[in-house]
Write a protein that binds this ligand. Structure first.
Ligand SMILES: Cc1cc2nc3c(=O)[nH]c(=O)nc-3n(C[C@H](O)[C@H](O)[C@H](O)COP(=O)(O)O)c2cc1C
Length: 299
């Protein structure tokens, strides 16, 4: 009997949809039909963003507050594989993805089902992925693969270009000087290799080893410095989100957070990395290895 595959995701710019289309290309070639469902919020975020709206979603993202989704339908009540696309927003799963994971229809189809997660992030997806894993495991699903695509340009460059993209709506070169933002076209096209790896597993239902195979093909590339920044920033964002959510004048505090983020990114971040490079990294190779394994781990 033909295998049933669901690919479900939210995307604002269309980037994650493009990634998923490339990933599922080999499925169609192997005669496997993929039900492709793009979800939206009932009151969708306008794209491009304004600065205020962009920063305005921070507390709800970090605190995991869901929003109402526009109604959507699934053709089946169970699938042989579910592909979940998510994006990182403020080091957390985006509000639309978080909301999707709380839908009874999704929770029902995920139970006892193999799942592959895919993200197209700037470059900081680690904290979000940890939270995504918790949401997935709560449904009783089995995470068998994870693909994390990122903007591979240096961190300060992608910080500038993502704001150009998010605030102007075009994935083009800022000032004609900076590189294009987001996941590169080449990396998006390369996603079909992971699709080929998956089709082979899908036909045999032997999921063990899929993630190792995809990691060898470049599905996840961890960078030590980004791990250091994320583990500190994740805790600080949580404090900010809790603090701002309780304030009456949220707008004013979100502005303060915006300036904090700029200072943290361009001043505290480099200081933190220097301290880490001198005093911590040389003496903690085992801890670094364990941390890398933690982020690669699907459990
Ligand atoms: C509000 C907001 C916050 C974001 N925060 C992060 C982040 O913390 N880490 C990251 O790597 N990318 C971040 N991004 C980029 C997204 O993960 C994603 O790459 C981009 O929004 C394109 O996704 P799309 O397919 O939904 O258009 C953020 C984007 C938005 C809109």
């Amino acid at each position: 009997m033909s295998k049933k595959v669901l690919a479900i995701y939210y995307t604002q710019s269309g980037q994650l949809g493009e990634i998923i289309d490339n990933f599922t290309g080999p499925f169609a070639e192997a005669g496997i039909t993929v039900e492709n469902v793009r979800v939206d919020l009932l009151n969708n975020y306008a794209f491009p963003w304004t600065t205020d709206r962009f920063f305005g979603v921070m507390p709800d993202c970090v605190l995991g507050v869901p929003a109402e989704l526009a109604p959507f339908e699934l053709k089946e009540t169970s699938y042989d594989l579910v592909i979940l696309g998510y994006q990182a927003w403020f080091l957390s799963p985006s509000i639309p993805f978080n909301s999707l994971m709380r839908q009874p229809a999704i929770m029902a189809v995920l139970k006892d089902t193999p799942v592959i997660t895919i993200t197209g992030a700037r470059n900081m997806w680690l904290n979000a992925f940890v939270k995504v894993k918790t949401l997935i495991h709560a449904t009783g699903a089995r995470l068998v693969g994870n693909i994390s695509l990122v903007d591979t340009h240096p961190n300060p460059v992608s910080f500038v270009t993502i704001f150009h993209w998010m605030l102007h709506g075009k994935k083009d070169r800022y000032l004609n000087i900076f590189p294009p933002p987001g996941v590169s076209d080449a990396d998006i096209k390369h996603t079909r290799v992971f699709g080929e790896d998956t089709v082979r597993r899908l036909n045999s239902s032997q999921w063990e080893g899929l993630q190792d195979e995809m990691v060898k093909d470049g599905a996840v590339r961890l960078k030590y410095n980004l791990m250091v920044i994320e583990s500190t920033a994740g805790k600080i964002f949580k404090l900010w989100a809790g603090f701002i959510s309780k304030r009456k004048n949220k707008r004013a505090w979100l502005k303060v957070f915006k300036y904090y983020l700029l200072i943290a990114f361009f001043i505290w971040g480099p200081i933190l990395l220097t301290i880490d490079a001198v005093f911590i990294r040389p003496f903690s190779s085992r801890r670094v290895k364990a941390k890398k394994e933690f982020y690669l781990n699907l459990n």
